[in-house]
Design a protein around this ligand. Structure first.
Ligand code: GLV
Ligand code: MN
Ligand code: MN
Length: 408
């Protein structure tokens, strides 16, 4: 007889097969694979005793009534979309743990003073449209109409992608929730860093989520012949961009923030052509927004200096901004109580370097998170791995945290 943990891990494997790539996991917002994953998650939600629906933003939802119908809900869940070449636990594990907690509450006929609403958010990563948290921002009612014209790499707009998926952009406000209908949001997620493993601990309370800003940067110089153009006449955009990449690392380390250039493309891309244009991304995050913004100002100053020295032109465009979010003290206490119920008398607590849907949900209702250890702290990579015993502990802690919210 498989245990609940076996079922959760098997379902992570099943979801990992729903990919747009034969050789790796990639499942982006509003894709056919997103639709298939939602359908599977809806089946599992129904099996757990939940009534299910897909909301007007493509979030897959399920609801279990509390001790009487129609009570405000505790929202629990995570996201179902992935980065390119993803691991199988980032997001998915949190969705499956939330379904498993709801199943336990349903089976034991535990009477809660709130409903449980489980959500599989449609877009946390921003892989397809560059703008992250689209599912959770819709749910929280913080939608920006400008986003409809965002395009993916094939030039498909967000509005068109909604229609292709079978959703009507005009009906999006139907996804907006009302604060009075929620008591809070809890999410379980792999840590995506090495702190728990380094301390030989399984679970932690998240204290806050890092603030992040993301940019698309274009550096323009002049393409030319790789043989015939002397160095003193070159305006090589890639050499300038390379200097900037190194500066991002230097400034980030010096200031204790986290800066990453994850994407870089040189044009026209010929082996014997000096790169005339480079497009690159910047992701900059920190525990506090002023630290993030201070580092960003230094990055731009350095970029201007590099470009003026090399005769290059710099353009930057902000793709995404999410300010740092503190977790709610009352809900953090519930997460702490949940971890203590698993035998850990003094739970670790630290801030999340990774972004999460809670950054958007906080506009609707208070949030808190439970972290579980992942192997080597590795995430956003197919080597993502968790221990079965840690998943079992996370399930117990998550259920106990929900009960602690009820007792508070
Ligand atoms: C989401 O995983 C992020 O932190 O970028
Ligand atoms: Mn992620
Ligand atoms: Mn995630």
């Amino acid at each position: 007889m498989p245990t609940e943990t076996d079922v959760i891990l098997d379902r992570c494997e099943q979801l990992a097969t729903i990919s747009s790539r034969p050789d790796r996991l990639e499942r982006v917002h509003l894709s056919p694979e997103h639709k298939a994953a939602n359908a599977l998650v809806a089946e599992w939600m129904s099996e757990a005793g939940l009534s299910t629906w897909q909301d007007a933003a493509g979030n897959q939802c399920g609801r279990l009534e509390g001790r009487e119908p129609g009570l405000p809900a505790l929202l629990i869940g995570s996201h179902i979309d992935t980065v390119p070449d993803a691991g199988r636990y980032d997001g998915m594990l949190g969705v499956l743990l939330a379904i498993a907690v709801a199943a336990r509450i349903h089976e034991k006929r535990t009477e809660l003073p709130f409903a449980l609403e489980v959500v599989a958010f449609s877009d946390e990563e921003g892989t397809r449209f560059g703008m992250a948290l689209l599912g959770s921002r819709a749910l929280a009612g913080t939608w920006n109409e400008d986003w409809w014209s965002l395009t993916d790499k094939d030039g498909i707009t967000l509005a068109e992608a909604f229609q292709d998926f079978g959703l009507d952009p005009a009906r999006l406000p139907g996804a907006f929730r009302r604060p009075e209908n929620y008591v809070g949001y809890l999410e379980t997620h792999i840590e995506q860093g090495p702190i728990l493993e380094d301390h030989d601990r399984r679970l932690a309370v998240v204290t806050s989520i890092a603030g992040a800003r993301r940019y698309a940067i274009t550096i323009t110089g002049k393409a030319g012949h790789a043989g015939g153009t002397p160095f003193d006449r070159r305006r090589d955009a890639l050499v300038g961009a390379s200097e900037l990449v190194v500066e991002v690392e230097r400034i980030s380390k010096q200031r204790g923030v986290i800066g990453t250039v994850g994407r870089l493309q040189a044009f026209p891309g010929g082996v014997n052509v000096i790169p005339g244009r480079v497009e690159l991304s910047l992701d900059l995050r920190a525990e506090f927004d002023d630290e993030r913004d201070g580092a960003l100002a230094e990055v731009w100053a350095s970029a201007e200096e590099i470009c003026s020295r090399r005769g290059l032109h710099l353009e930057k465009h902000e793709l995404y901004r999410a300010d740092a979010v503190p977790c709610d003290p009352r809900l953090m206490r519930a997460i702490g109580a949940g971890i203590r119920a698993t035998g850990d008398a003094e739970p670790m607590a630290f801030w999340s370097r990774a972004g999460h849907d809670g950054m958007a949900v906080v506009a609707l209702t208070p949030i808190a998170m439970l972290f579980l250890r992942c192997r080597g702290g590795i995430s956003h990579h197919p080597d993502e791995a968790v221990k079965k015993a840690d998943v079992a502990a996370a399930l117990d802690a998550f259920e106990a945290a929900v009960l602690a919210v009820a007792d508070d």
